[in-house]
Design a binder for this molecule. Structure first.
Ligand code: FES
Length: 86
């Protein structure tokens, strides 16, 4: 098993350990940001993950072109494309 896999978050490549959730990859990509929010609602409000177990739907992202995916339930795979705010 590789030590890390490459994924892209909003077009930026990052490397994460195997078995990292897509939500964790989003948060890792935002590590230098002081904001806890990962996306905006359709009305423009900042939103962030609440439950990390598939209930709140606040972690929705477009993952490999599949819109409204719950990022907390999906494990990263090599080459995965993760986009927020689409
Ligand atoms: S963080 Fe609640 S569904 Fe993903």
């Amino acid at each position: 098993m590789p030590d890390a896999i490459s994924v892209t978050v909003n077009g930026s490549a990052i490397r994460v350990p195997p078995n990292t959730s897509a939500l964790a990859a989003i948060l890792i990509s935002r590590a230098s940001s002081s904001s806890p929010f990962v996306r905006r609602s359709v009305t423009g409000e900042p939103r962030g993950p609440l439950c990390a177990m598939g209930i709140c739907f606040e972690c929705r992202a477009t993952i490999n072109n599949q819109r409204h995916s719950r990022a907390c339930l999906i494990l990263c795979a090599p080459g995965m494309d993760i986009r927020t705010n689409e």
